[in-house]
Write a protein that binds this ligand. Structure first.
Ligand SMILES: O=C(O)[C@H]1O[C@H](OP(=O)(O)OP(=O)(O)OC[C@H]2O[C@@H](n3ccc(=O)[nH]c3=O)[C@H](O)[C@@H]2O)[C@H](O)[C@@H](O)[C@@H]1O
Length: 341
């Protein structure tokens, strides 16, 4: 039986990833700190659903807790490590930057040190579309320079890409970095627009629409994302031979078994069209509070997903109309119709 360590297993993407691996017959060690950045009950519910699988073992703790990851690696010797635990959120990183430093930088450092001591066959770490920052060339491509992050969140994620690269180079640790694009779906994060907008619309509250609605996001449906993750687990980067150049369009490092991959829908959706999809799914009209762009926010994201397709044959495909219909259905079932006005 293959063993995987999934950090952030009570988180939104972590839950779906752990579930998929359990369905595929993996043994999964799920680590989560249950931080209260958003409703802990939602995290608990996700973990409870994973507990139904005999192959799942939950560990509660912070990735940056000294010795914790090292102990888990030593005990379980995971073949695959999927690192999704992080302090997420673009705008919150202005309010609480230290949380990002501790979870994202120190936590990833501790993970890399544990991997150095007990090397897994493949480590896959979450980064973000936000690392493209001030880039204006669209769609965003992995081989583009990405040097101008606009939020401290994005800066910490970009740092983890470099940190993992150095360990991949020095200690021959195969690493895949994911750049995720605004992932949404049932059991999604309450701090993100799909959830915030849906709950406000159903409760008859106004929604805050940043940059007066002139925003684009490459919204990616969570099950599509997890399909990409699953296929990439067995797409292990190898260290190129001396003097070998990676193929055009491949982000493979010339000096390490390390690659960065966009997982996005490859469709930049206007925020106003996204709101229209929620209106359609809920059967209600949104009341909009139009606001300026928020500090740290980027006006648009759009993924070039060719590399994912080339390596795995797969491309995400769920439209926001389909995806938000599923989200609204889940939301109504989870919270009941009681709050609707
Ligand atoms: O793609 C990513 O890498 C990132 O996606 C999201 O960040 P973001 O795209 O800002 O996602 P949302 O918070 O759901 O915002 C989506 C869009 O709605 C807008 N928005 C959000 C919230 C709100 O109240 N009003 C509003 O207009 C945002 O400005 C943005 O244009 C996640 O929060 C990050 O953790 C993740 O790394």
């Amino acid at each position: 039986m293959r063993t995987a360590l999934v950090t952030g297993s009570a988180g939104f993407i972590g839950y779906y990833t752990a579930k998929r691996l359990l369905d595929d017959g993996f043994r999964v060690i799920g680590l989560d700190a249950m931080t209260d950045y958003y409703d802990v009950a939602l995290k608990q519910r996700r973990h409870d659903m994973l507990m139904h699988y005999p192959g799942f073992q939950a560990v509660i703790g912070r990735v940056e807790e000294p010795g914790l990851l090292l102990g888990l690696f030593e005990t379980h010797r995971p073949e695959v490590v999927i690192h999704l635990a992080a302090q997420a959120g673009v705008r919150y990183s202005i309010e609480a930057p230290r949380a990002y430093l501790e979870s994202n930088i120190t936590g990833t450092f501790d993970l890399l040190e544990a991997a150095r001591a007990f090397p897994p066959a493949h480590m896959l770490l979450a980064s973000t579309s936000s690392v493209y920052g001030a880039n204006t060339d669209m769609p965003y491509t992995e081989t583009d320079k990405a040097d101008h992050q606009m939020s401290f969140y994005a800066a910490t994620k970009k740092a983890t890409e470099s940190m993992a690269h150095s360990y991949a180079h020095l200690f021959d640790l195969p690493v895949t970095m994911f750049r995720f694009f605004t992932v949404y779906g049932p059991w999604g994060r309450p701090d993100m627009a799909p959830y915030k907008f849906t709950s406000a619309i159903l409760e008859g509250r106004k929604i805050d629409v940043y940059n007066y609605g002139d925003m684009k996001r490459d919204f990616t449906y969570v099950e599509d994302l997890v399909e990409g993750i699953r296929l990439l687990i067995d797409t292990v980067p190898r260290r190129p031979a001396m003097g070998e150049h990676p193929e055009p369009g491949d982000s493979l490092s010339p000096v390490a078994p390390w690659r960065v991959i966009n997982i996005g829908n490859s469709d930049a959706v206007q925020l106003t069209d996204f709101i229209a999809a929620i209106e359609e799914a809920t059967g209600r009209k949104a009341k909009c509070n139009l606001m300026p762009i928020q500090p740290g926010d980027v006006p648009a994201t759009w993924a070039n997903a060719e590399l994912l397709k080339k390596l795995t044959g797969y491309a995400p495909k769920t439209t926001v109309r389909e995806g938000m219909a599923r989200f609204v259905e889940w939301y109504r079932e989870y919270y009941g119709a009681a709050q609707e006005r």
